[in-house]
Design a protein around this ligand. Structure first.
Ligand code: FFO
Ligand code: ATP
Length: 233
């Protein structure tokens, strides 16, 4: 490599940050670049779609919700039994139900009884990755951000191999719509090795596409009361 930059518009050297790549090599194509207008349109669409899906979920009869939680428990029990043989640590994260999410607390108890360690997500930093804290049936819960019940700060931090994420919406390519904080994407994007990610929610929360953006990380599987709606090859 030569140090002669005469021919280049940018004379900063070859260690230019990626945003200058187009100046160093004019034909450079940035696959992660987004059209700002399009990004704004997608963000606006997501706000409206979340609202619609959350209202629909709110209106669901509690009998139906209970049926969904039971069916999800059956499907997840089966899936986790398949994972059991390969999982070395047997740590799975679930969630404490909020805003009409399926209540999988009985599953949390069952799995704990089967020897799984259960972790719950905690927002420790706004716009940061989630931290997971250990939960067991006797754990004292406190209120975290947005009043979400979380294991108290004295509980140990865990690194789950399997992350079960609640869905506000989902599409058939494994993309998830959540509450709009970007927390699961940030967490999955920052965790190595990447945990197995499973989205769970209502079959009726299917949308034809969530218009995935570069920050969206597709899940490995999507489970609803109808069974495995999506599974990565
Ligand atoms: N049960 C459960 N726990 C979870 C999640 C989840 O989806 N479900 N999370 C998954 O990521 C994290 C919390 N993420 C959340 C992100 C936003 C809002 C929320 O209510 N946002 C407000 C807007 C507030 C603001 O902008 O300041 C709202 O939607 O009205 C709630 C949870 C961690 N714990
Ligand atoms: N890895 C990331 N790095 C930086 N910003 C991110 C990342 N992931 C998501 N975001 C930002 O978070 C915001 C919300 O993202 P998105 O609409 O995908 O949230 P969500 O998946 O519905 O929310 P949640 O996971 O909290 O339930 C977006 O503005 C996005 O730019």
């Amino acid at each position: 490599m030569t140090d002669d930059f005469e021919g280049f518009k940018c004379v900063g050297g070859f260690s230019s940050p990626p945003c200058l790549a187009g100046e160093v090599a004019p034909d450079y194509f940035d696959p992660l670049a987004v059209d700002p207008q399009q990004a704004r349109d997608v963000a606006r669409w997501r706000v409206a779609e979340r609202k619609r899906l959350l209202n629909e979920r709110k209106a669901m009869r509690s009998q139906n919700k209970q049926y969904v939680a039971e069916a999800l428990t059956t499907h997840l029990t089966e899936l986790l039994a398949e994972q059991r043989s390969t999982a070395t640590d047997k740590i799975v994260s679930l969630f404490w139900p909020i805003k009409g999410e399926p209540d999988l607390r009985l599953l949390m108890h069952d799995l704990h009884g089967q020897g799984w360690q259960i972790a719950l997500p905690v927002v420790v930093r706004k716009a940061g990755p989630l931290v997971f804290r250990e939960w067991c049936p006797t754990t004292r819960m406190t209120r975290g951000r947005w009043n979400i019940p979380v294991p108290s700060a004295s509980e140990p931090e865990l690194h789950p191999q399997i992350v079960i994420a609640p869905l506000v919406g989902w599409d058939a390519e494994g993309y998830r719509l959540g509450y709009g904080g970007g927390y699961f994407d940030r967490t999955l994007g920052a965790t190595l090795p990447k945990p197995l990610s499973i989205g769970v929610g209502f079959s009726s929360a299917h949308v034809s596409t969530i218009f995935p953006q570069p920050h969206d990380i597709p899940l490995d599987a999507i489970i609803t009361e109808a069974g495995r709606e999506f599974e990565r090859e």
